[in-house]
Design a protein around this ligand. Sequence first.
Ligand SMILES: [Zn+2]
Length: 182
Amino acid sequence: MKNEVTGHWKKLVSDPKYLGEADFASGQEVTVTIAAVTKESVKNADGSAEKIVIHFVENCKPMILNVTNSKAIAKVTGEKLVEKWKGARIQLYIDPKVRAFGEVVAALRVRPFAPRQNSQPVQGKPIPCEKCGNNIKPFDKMTTEQLAEYTKSKYGKALCSDCAAEMAKEAKSGQEEVNENN
Ligand SMILES: [Zn+2]
């Protein structure tokens, strides 16, 4: 059929400009500082909708606000007025089991307490993969920065672990071709 689409439905119905499950490594929690709360037109399955969005001081994608997370931020800050949230530090994580529309889905959540500095890493600048555009996530024992540096020195581009694996595969098959030609 014309204009047929494929892939995970979540990728198709959610706007990649906003923070979501895909931006977190498994179990990762990040601490961010609220810069501003805005109203924006966000793409969704029905086209688009006006949403309240939180922007952060750190170079981190903005987050679409919902009722649960609003309550958590109000608890952390002690403020119900969003204009008073500016400068507040909040801790974000992915809850893998949230019931929504009769299904269990993963959802971006705000911890309802002040960020715990010693146990949780503070997110540095996200580094996008130069191949697929997704943010590079820590892999194995490498941090995002280490993986970016490693792939840059090896492949000339900062890559996510998926793209790096692909490049390694391509490099290997290329090597085999060279060997065959010899
Ligand atoms: Zn990639």
